[in-house]
Design a protein around this ligand. Structure first.
Ligand SMILES: Cc1ncc(COP(=O)(O)O)c(C=O)c1O
Length: 373
């Protein structure tokens, strides 16, 4: 019997996924984590008004969501001072990156990104047969000048930059990104991933004209709005590009519940302010815990902190494992030299109490000489 006849492209793809979820780790270990600080989720949660809207909409879940996301697009357009024609709503930034790759990447097409930057972008590009060209980070920052210099030779269809960045939590001022846009080669679209921008210092968001065809900005309700599980992201782009998403997007991909929740979350600016304060406080506490343990926390413009382990990737990996064994889920960057760090999401006081309690033991265990088996 002949099995499914995969495309040559799919046949050539590795059977990997970019992330191993905390649930997978919990199933493996047989014990739930006591603090979930690895996925840059926002433990402070959604606005109570968003929760109320989602709960109210749950009984309407027999209906599909509005395939045009009309109300949410109107609200987002008003929020950003754009037209709804400049807004695309999708299943998180991850979903939108997949649609974008499908729109522009054919097998063999080049893209430029940074070595160690957000891997889901790479995953989608590879899924379309695109070819990734990478530049290294510079002093734990993505390097706009190097990205543009490589783009000048590769002439990629896409160039990816997250501002602020994951996994290092660093950021550039928006005006540097505006200069980067001016230096892009013709025909290269900048994918500006602003997943964390609401948590970054004033001036981090680049000012991009609504109809600028050189940039697509991506935003999400997963981080500052605390709704990662609802899967709501959006892109801001010139109207023709925004319209092109209609050719490939999953028209009923946005649940009615998620749409209602995002609409209410966007309106609750007081909750967003409170989240910003909670996150800032948690960042400070994580840095203080790092310092008390002889480690150096890097400055953060996000809801997580990268902490230099003082060793290499192997040391950082052991710390991640030892914290995991003590009930604290964290992650780390995947590529050297970034992988000398561990990455800890902003937590509630109880989460960080546990981190504070178990980190010294975890560090001691991670530093024990490895005995050959
Ligand atoms: C830089 C960056 N982009 C996008 C995402 C995913 O966002 P979403 O939940 O909207 O898919 C993340 C999540 O960690 C991220 O760090």
């Amino acid at each position: 019997m002949i099995g499914p006849r995969y495309t040559p492209l799919v046949d050539a793809l590795p059977a990997t996924v970019p992330f191993v979820g905390p649930e997978t780790l919990e199933r493996r270990s047989g014990a739930p984590f006591r603090a979930r600080l690895g996925a840059n989720e926002n433990v402070f949660g959604p606005s109570p008004k968003a929760i109320e809207a989602m709960a109210r909409t749950a009984s309407d879940a027999w209906m599909y969501g509005d395939p045009e996301n009309h109300d949410l697009k109107e609200a987002l357009a008003a929020y950003h001072g754009l037209r709804p024609e400049n807004v695309v709503v999708g299943e998180g930034i991850d979903g939108l990156l997949g649609y974008l790759a499908r729109l522009v990447i054919a097998p063999g097409d080049g893209v430029v990104t940074s070595d160690g930057a957000y891997p889901t972008f790479n995953f989608h590009v590879a899924g379309c047969g695109g070819v990734l060209h990478k530049v290294p980070y510079r002093q734990d920052h993505e390097d706009p000048a190097a990205l543009v210099a490589l783009a000048a030779t590769v002439r990629p269809k896409l160039i990816y930059l997250a501002n602020p960045d994951n996994p290092m939590a660093s950021h550039h001022p928006g005006r540097l990104i505006e200069q980067m846009v001016e230096a892009l080669p013709d025909g290269t679209l900048l994918v500006l991933d602003e997943a964390y921008v609401e948590l970054a210092p004033e001036g981090t968001a680049a000012r991009i004209a609504a109809e600028d065809p050189r940039v697509i900005r991506m935003r999400t309700f997963s981080k500052a709005y605390g709704m990662a599980g609802a899967r709501v992201g959006y892109a801001l782009a010139a109207a023709p590009l925004a319209r092109a998403f209609d050719k490939v997007r999953n028209h009923f991909g946005m649940s009615r519940i998620a749409q209602a929740g995002a609409l209410a979350a966007l309106a609750d600016t007081a909750w967003l302010e409170q989240t910003r304060r909670n996150v800032a406080h948690a960042r400070e506490r994580i840095s203080a815990i790092a310092t008390a343990n002889g480690l150096t926390a890097l400055p953060s413009a996000t809801n997580f902190v990268a902490i230099d382990s003082g060793g290499d990737g192997a040391v950082a990996r052991r710390i991640v494992a030892e914290l995991g064994a003590r009930g604290v889920f964290i992650r780390m960057p995947g590529v050297a030299p970034l992988d000398r760090c561990i990455r800890i999401s902003a937590g509630r006081p109880a989460d960080l109490d546990l981190l504070e309690e178990v980190l010294p033991e975890a560090l001691a265990a991670a530093r024990e000489p490895v005995t050959p088996a």
